[in-house]
Design a protein. Structure first.
Ligand code: AMP
Ligand code: SF4
Length: 452
């Protein structure tokens, strides 16, 4: 999921539209936008589908105001009904407000139980709604105190942005698992899950929001607070590996630079005797470049991506996913025919993509296909909002390297080590790699006890 907010900018909704468009890769199931107009009225429009399917000039123009909040939704539970499309909007006697979130609160079931037992009736399955109620359970006159108290009742990897009629609060989890960047836009400000949205908006990057920090933006400018004394920096490695755009900088590390370094290290750890290096477009191209540079094996465009098909993984049903791979990628027969190929991909989740691509390349005449993955073997689920599938579905949760290689039909298979994954990340000394190592940066909760 992706969140974006602007403050102190004329025609806020137009800027939000362009910025949101650049964060489309963070979620394709739904998009929403809310603004406060000059009369303090909150206006909102949201829908299911892509940003350019939901928004058009008329509804963008109807969202008047100089302060706004927007989000794209990702179906990590294979369902994003319209009710769950953010930002959510709340009426309250102390003032209306809107909230959008990225990531996942891992004690959401406990918080939900606590709220429902106290008589709260919840309308969505979102963490944003839980936060709204927790904030309003506290009755301090100073809103920031209520926000800080509410955040301290939540555990997980999350980024929340709260908008009132004259203020934005940008909050990042105390483990620093989710990214959140701050920028300057004219005389105003912008906050976004990824800095790649700044360029198109004409904004200048200021800095990342710190783990555990709440930044308040209003007429006084910026004010910063730590909502917790506990502070770690465990930025999600999968953001660097796959999720984020290469033109984003996260916690001081450019995503393309990370991937290229991972590709270089991948060659050092898992060299392949190959004629050409082929990357799986788009997210693996940087790693493939690094692999090629380090090995001296020429990089070739052995696969071409059909631009107008969405990311396969995000299609909720397996049959659609499999069809999606075929629709998305075409081998370049004249380039791959008779060649020994080092095929570089960023990750293997279920193995669907790798199996299809190895077959596509062989059918196009490739002599050998050596698959090299620029991340470690994915064996464990993610509890922080990234859909890395259930353990049973993960290719490597129950297979050895040799078995995984056989399952995808490759001549050989190699993965980057967790040590090199860590070392490739110039911005974060110890990123979360729990889906590879099983070492989760937070405590984990048992939801089953609550359900019974
Ligand atoms: P699979 O076919 O299930 O093995 O998916 C692997 C492909 O999906 C890789 O080539 C990645 O580019 C991409 N991918 C990896 N992790 C994710 C994720 N959490 N969400 C969406 N796509 C992903
Ligand atoms: Fe990212 Fe994996 Fe950690 Fe989830 S478990 S936050 S996907 S590194």
């Amino acid at each position: 999921m992706g969140v974006l907010a602007v403050y102190g900018v004329k025609n806020a909704s137009t800027y939000l539209y362009y910025g949101l468009h650049n964060m489309q890769h963070r979620g394709q199931e739904g998009a929403g936008m809310a603004t406060f107009n000059a009369d303090g009225q909150c206006l909102r429009y949201r829908g299911q589908g892509l940003v350019n399917e939901v928004f058009h000039p008329e509804n963008i123009a109807s969202l008047e105001g100089e302060i706004g909040l927007a989000a794209v939704m990702y179906a990590n539970v294979a369902k994003v009904g319209l009710d769950n499309v953010q930002p959510l909007f709340f009426h309250h006697k102390s003032g209306d407000f809107a909230i959008a979130s990225d990531g996942r609160v891992i004690n959401a079931a406990q918080v939900r139980n606590y709220l429902e037992k106290g008589g709260t009736i919840l309308q969505t399955e979102t963490d944003a709604e839980l936060l709204a109620h927790l904030i309003k359970k506290n009755h301090n006159e100073d809103r920031i105190v209520n926000i800080v108290s509410a955040l301290n009742m939540m555990e997980g990897g999350f980024a929340f942005v709260i908008m009132t009629r004259n203020r934005i609060y940008a909050c990042r989890d105390k483990h620093g698992i989710k990214p959140l960047a701050l920028g300057r836009l004219g005389n105003g400000y912008v906050v976004a899950s990824e800095s790649c949205s700044f360029e198109i908006m004409g904004a200048d990057f200021i800095r990342d929001i710190e783990p555990g920090e709440v930044v308040t933006i209003d007429e006084q400018g910026l004010r910063c607070r730590q909502y917790s004394r506990y502070k770690r920096h465990r930025m999600c490695a999968m953001e660097y590996i796959y999720f984020a755009r290469p033109d984003s900088d996260i916690d001081g590390c450019n995503v393309h630079a990370y991937r290229k370094e991972a590709g270089r290290r991948l060659y050092r750890e898992c060299p392949a005797d190959a004629d050409i290096v082929v990357g799986v477009p788009e997210s693996s191209l940087s790693a493939a470049m690094g692999y090629s540079e380090e090995s001296g094996i020429p990089y070739e465009m052995g696969l071409v991506k059909h631009k107008y098909v969405g990311r396969t993984f995000i299609q909720p049903v397996q049959e659609m996913r499999e069809l999606g791979v075929k629709m998305k990628l075409c081998p370049v027969r004249s380039i791959v025919k008779g060649k020994k190929i080092a095929l570089v991909d960023d990750s293997i989740v279920r193995g669907t993509t790798s199996l299809k691509i190895v077959k596509l390349l062989r059918d196009a005449g490739a002599k050998e296909v050596h698959v090299r993955i620029a991340s470690p073997m994915m064996k464990f689920p993610c509890y922080y909002g990234v859909d890395t599938s259930t353990p049973e579905e993960l290719l490597c949760s129950h297979r050895t390297l040799e078995e995984a290689c056989k399952a995808i039909g490759a001549d050989s298979l190699g993965y980057l080590s967790p040590e090199s994954t860590k070392a490739s990340c110039m911005g974060c000394a110890d990123p979360c790699q729990a889906c590879f190592t099983g070492e989760y940066p937070t405590v984990l909760y048992n939801e089953d006890i609550i359900k019974n």
